[in-house]
Write a protein that binds this ligand. Structure first.
Ligand SMILES: Cc1cc2nc3c(=O)[nH]c(=O)nc-3n(C[C@H](O)[C@H](O)[C@H](O)COP(=O)(O)OP(=O)(O)OC[C@H]3O[C@@H](n4cnc5c(N)ncnc54)[C@H](O)[C@@H]3O)c2cc1C
Length: 452
C-alpha cells in the first residue's frame, strides 16, 4: 500500500489531500524562496492524528514540514521535495483560558489575533503581536519565536511559553514545561523547541503566560523630515530612560513607495515616521508621553498625530501593518532581511543602505521594530537581478556584523538565511546544534534543509 493510502486509512480520507490544485497554496510561503509542491497535505484534528501520521511518515522516510498559515519570510514553511505538509488549520481551538492563574492553552492553529482578542475580552494581555497577527498562527509564532512591536517592552514569544506538547521522531509524544510560574525540573526543552522552526518536533498544544491588561494606551505617530532624524530620536528616547511599549520605524523609501496607501494623512516632506506607543497608568505614564514629544522636537519632528481612543489607534497601527503588504503590491520580488543592530547604530545602518543602493542599483526599503534595533531591510528586485540582490544581502549583513549586530532577529533562518548562520555561529556550536537535532529527529525528516 502507498504511504498516502496508509495515511488515509489510519487517520481518515478527508484529512489527507493529494489533489494538485489544492496543493499549490502549500508550495510556498510569504518569502521569495522558490516554491516546491508537496506530495500531500495532512490536516490533523488532534494530537493522535499527528502521532499516527508521523509514525507512518517516519517509517516511509518521508520529509515533513509543519505549517501554520505560511507567512514565514525565510522559506521555513516551503516543503521539501517529495515531502508532505502537516497543516494546523483544523487544530485551532482555545482549550483553556485560566483567568485565575493567567494562562491560556491552545492548539497550534489558533490565529494570533483571535488569541489576543479572546484574552483581552477577559481584561488580560498577551503581548507578542507580530504585524502579521491576523494571518499567522500561534504554532508558527512559537516555532519562529516571533516578535512584534511590543517586544521592545514585553519580549518575544519565548518569554510567554510555559508548557508545550510536541510530537518528535517516530511519532512519540512529549509534554514539557509546566503551567506553573516557575519550573526547573530538567533541561528547558520548551525554550529549545521555541524558535526551532519545525526542525525538532511538531507542536500540538501550547500553554502561554498572560499578563493583566494595561489600563491605558497612548499612541503617537511622528513624521520626520529625514530618516537620520527619526533614527536619532529612537536613541534619544531610549537614552532618556523612556520605556514605550512599541517604537516602530518606517523609512522614506517605504513612504515614497506606498505612503498614500499606508498613511494618506502624512505631511509632504515626510522622510520617515516613528510609531510610538506607551501603556500603563498614572502620572508617570502621562509624563513619559509628554517627554517623548519634547525629545522628538530636538530631532526636528515635523508633525505628531496622537491617538488615545481605540479607533484612531487602530488607524495609525493599520498604517504600520500595511507597509509590507503595500510593498508587495509593487509586484517586485522582495528579499526580507531581518537584522538587529545595537540601537544607537540604526542611523549608521540606514545610511549604509543608501550605499548599497548605489552599488547594486536596487531599491532597499527599511522599516521595523526600531526600539529593539530590529530593522527589516527589504531588497526589491526583478527576475534576472538575483546576483545583484545576493550582493546587496552580503553587503548589508557584513555591515550589520561590523556594527555589532546579528543577521536574524525574529523571522528565523529557514532556507534563505542559512549562509548567515554558518558565518555567525562558531563551528563547535553548529555541531552541537546539529547533534541536538539528531536526538529529537534521528532520521532528520522534520523540515529538512531548514536552519542548517
Ligand atoms: C506582513 C507580514 C508581517 C510580519 N510581521 C512579523 C512581525 O512583526 N514579527 C515576526 O516575528 N514575524 C513577522 N512576520 C513573519 C511571520 O508572520 C512569522 O514568522 C509567524 O510566526 C509565522 O506564522 P505562521 O503561522 O504563518 O507559520 P508558517 O509560516 O506556516 O511557519 C513558520 C515556521 O514554523 C513552523 N511551524 C508552523 N507550525 C508549526 C507547528 N505546529 N509545530 C512546529 N513547527 C511549526 C514551520 O515549519 C515554519 O518553519 C510577518 C510576515 C508577514 C507576511
Amino acid at each position: 500500500m502507498k504511504p498516502v493510502e496508509k495515511l488515509r486509512l489510519l487517520i481518515g480520507e478527508e484529512k489527507v489531500i493529494i489533489d494538485k490544485e489544492k496543493l499549490i497554496p502549500y508550495s510556498h510561503d510569504a518569502s521569495d524562496a522558490s516554491p516546491v509542491m508537496p506530495m500531500a497535505v495532512i490536516y490533523p484534528e488532534n494530537t493522535e492524528d499527528v502521532e499516527k501520521a508521523v509514525e507512518i511518515l517516519y517509517r516511509e522516510r518521508i520529509p515533513i514540514t509543519p505549517r501554520g498559515m505560511g507567512t514565514s519570510l525565510s522559506g521555513g514553511a516551503v516543503p521539501t521535495p517529495g515531502g508532505v505538509v502537516i497543516s494546523f488549520e483544523r487544530m485551532n481551538r482555545i482549550l483553556e483560558l485560566d483567568t485565575e492563574n493567567l494562562t491560556i492553552t491552545v492548539e497550534p492553529g489558533v490565529i494570533t489575533g483571535d488569541l489576543i482578542r479572546a484574552v483581552e475580552s477577559e481584561n488580560l494581555f498577551y503581548p507578542p503581536d507580530p504585524a502579521s497577527l491576523e494571518t499567522c498562527t500561534i504554532g508558527g509564532n512559537v516555532a519562529e519565536n516571533a516578535g512584534g512591536p511590543r517586544a521592545f517592552k514585553y519580549g518575544t514569544t519565548r518569554h510567554y511559553v510555559l508548557e508545550l506538547e510536541a510530537v518528535v521522531g517516530e511519532g512519540k509524544r512529549i509534554t514539557t514545561g509546566k503551567k506553573t510560574k516557575k519550573w526547573v525540573v530538567g533541561y528547558d526543552l520548551p525554550q529549545l523547541l521555541t524558535g526551532s522552526e519545525g526542525t525538532l518536533g511538531i507542536l500540538t498544544r501550547i500553554t502561554l503566560r498572560l499578563l493583566p491588561k494595561p489600563p491605558s494606551t497612548f499612541t503617537l505617530l511622528a513624521a520626520f523630515g529625514s530618516e537620520e532624524n527619526a533614527a536619532r530620536s529612537v536613541s534619544r528616547i531610549i537614552k532618556n530612560g523612556l520605556l514605550p511599549s512599541a517604537m516602530e520605524y518606517v523609512d522614506g523609501k517605504c513612504i515614497e513607495a506606498v505612503g498614500q496607501e499606508i498613511a494618506p494623512f502624512l505631511p509632504s516632506g515626510t522622510g520617515a515616521i516613528l510609531l510610538i506607543e506607551f501603556d500603563g497608568f498614572g502620572p508617570e505614564f502621562e509624563s513619559q508621553v509628554e517627554r517623548a514629544y519634547e525629545l522628538m522636537e530636538k530631532d526636528g519632528v515635523i508633525e505628531v498625530f496622537v491617538a488615545s481612543d481605540s479607533a484612531t489607534r487602530e488607524k495609525l497601527w493599520k498604517a504600520r501593518r500595511n507597509v509590507l503588504p503595500s510593498l508587495e503590491k509593487l509586484g517586485r520580488k522582495i528579499r526580507h532581511e531581518d537584522v538587529v543592530v545595537p540601537r544607537n547604530m540604526i542611523p549608521a545602518l540606514v545610511e549604509y543602505t543608501r550605499v548599497v543602493e548605489e552599488k547594486t542599483g536596487l531599491m532597499l526599503a527599511t522599516f521595523g521594530h526600531a526600539g529593539d534595533g530590529n530593522i527589516h531591510v527589504n531588497i526589491l528586485y526583478d527576475e534576472g537581478q538575483e546576483s545583484s540582490m545576493e550582493k546587496a544581502v552580503d553587503m548589508v549583513i557584513e555591515k550589520v556584523w561590523e556594527l555589532g549586530g546579528t543577521a536574524a532577529g525574529e523571522h528565523g533562518i529557514g532556507l534563505l538565511k542559512k549562509k548567515h548562520l554558518y558565518r555567525e555561529l562558531d563551528p563547535v556550536t553548529i555541531e552541537l546544534q546539529k547533534a541536538i537535532k539528531g536526538i529529537f529527529d534521528p532520521l532528520r525528516l522534520f523540515n529538512p534543509d531548514k536552519v542548517f
